[in-house]
Ligand binder design. Structure first.
Ligand code: UD1
Ligand code: UDP
Length: 361
């Protein structure tokens, strides 16, 4: 039995952990640390409730702030807990500041790190996520990649040992909750949406919200594209729209961030998806929905290559054209595994258990 600390803090990480955490606890002792990076009810607690994720053993209550403030404060608080709990392994997910802090703190104390969703690259080092994932990969012991592209990205950086392609962990959660969402969610009725006749849009990337011209391009495209749009708005984007006085058409249904079940339900019954989210690009593919991605590059290039996703950046005319013209592709290869990623990760951790360097503390 290992003592495993899972570090998480942002919305997609709650969604990623839910099944793995359950499976790990059959054999191992899992301690969960929530950094508090996301803290609003509908950015955090709603996911713990809906997905029945155990209450975190610690909440560091770090909150929002600049990167140095957030990462540094997490490091300080994590170190105290790691030293007290003396874990055998740290698990981190994805590419947020919580990911990097969790991994870096472990690495300094010589505690092995398992990085889930390793190997992804946008090759844009200006993105905070690219910095976080690159650094995390280089100090991780077990690297769980979702795609072959991610595996070859690691190989080209000289990382070849203990790299496992296990598929995408978000697929596990999607499969489990899609039908529960169908039964429980009433979002379609509540928003008065007609099936297959609306677009779900999300915007939150730093590169789109920190640059007012990019954000304006996106919002103007949504205003003018002549589609029914539902826009669950990340608090970061809401603030930027307000601070910069950007006009959002009254025809767009702007709502607060929603829970996972409502999100799945909106994705299931929409016509198309417009987003700058990493997770939602994958969900669009898994739901067989054409996706227009509001970025200049993506880590999920397979979805572009097979025609279901189009990268358009933030030029208003390009976005509108893509929304109108993106085709409904027929071929749908299994890009993200078969939905049992969590199971595979547990098997590998169990197998690797005896090779893990036991920290001496
Ligand atoms: C973070 C991740 C990003 C991930 C996203 C998932 C980093 C650097 N970025 O971006 O990779 O895609 O989470 O959603 O880690 N805010 C609230 N309430 C909250 C949380 C945030 O109001 O509960 C507002 C604050 O004004 C805050 C801003 O959103 O300053 C940004 O939050 P932050 O966690 O820094 O980054 P995200 O944009 O959420
Ligand atoms: N999501 C959600 N409610 C929302 C917006 C997104 O439940 O209002 C889910 C979405 O279905 C996906 C995940 O959050 O599973 C994606 O997280 P986000 O877009 O915040 O981050 P990213 O994946 O870009 O890191």
């Amino acid at each position: 039995m290992l003592k495993i600390i899972t570090v998480l803090g942002a919305r997609p990480q709650f969604i990623k952990t839910c099944i793995l955490s359950q499976l790990l606890r059959f054999k191992h002792n899992e301690i969960m640390i929530h950094t508090g990076q996301h803290y609003d009810y509908n950015m955090s607690n709603i996911f713990f409730n809906e997905l029945q994720i155990p209450k975190p053993d610690y909440n560091l209550c770090i909150g929002s702030g600049n990167h140095g403030f957030q990462t540094g404060n997490m490091l300080i608080k994590l170190e105290d807990i790691y030293l007290k709990e003396k874990p055998d392994l740290i698990i981190v997910y994805g590419d947020t500041n919580s990911t990097l802090s969790g991994a870096l703190c472990a690495s300094k104390l010589l505690i092995p790190v398992a990085h889930i969703e390793a190997g992804l690259r946008s090759f844009n080092i200006n993105m905070p996520e690219e910095q976080n994932r690159l650094l995390t990969d280089h100090i991780s012991t077990l690297l769980f990649v979702p795609t072959n592209t991610a595996k070859s990205n690691l190989r080209s950086e000289g990382i070849v040992d203990h790299v496992y392609n296990v598929g995408d962990i978000m697929f596990d959660t999607l499969i489990k909750f899609k039908y529960i969402a169908e039964k429980k969610s009433q979002i379609i009725e509540k928003l008065n949406c007609s099936i297959n006749n609306y677009i779900v849009a999300t915007i939150h990337r730093a590169e789109n919200t920190n640059d007012v011209n990019r954000l304006k391009g996106i919002i103007e495209a949504l205003n003018e594209c002549n589609e029914n749009i539902v826009l669950p708005l990340h608090p970061r984007t809401k603030k930027c729209i307000k601070d910069n006085g950007i006009l959002v058409s009254g025809k767009i249904k702007v709502i607060e961030p929603i829970g996972y079940l409502d999100m799945l339900q909106l994705e299931t019954h929409c016509k198309k998806i417009v987003t700058d989210s990493g997770g939602i690009q994958k969900e669009a593919y898994l739901m067989k929905k054409p996706c227009v991605t509001l970025r200049d590059e993506t880590e999920w290039i397979e979805t572009i290559e097979c025609g279901w996703n189009e990268l358009v950046g933030t030029d208003k005319y390009k976005i509108i054209e893509a929304i109108v013209n993106i085709p409904f592709e027929k071929a749908h290869p299994a890009l993200f595994g078969d939905g049992n990623t969590s199971e595979k990760i547990v098997e590998i951790i169990n197998k690797e258990e005896r090779f893990l360097l036991r920290p001496s503390f």
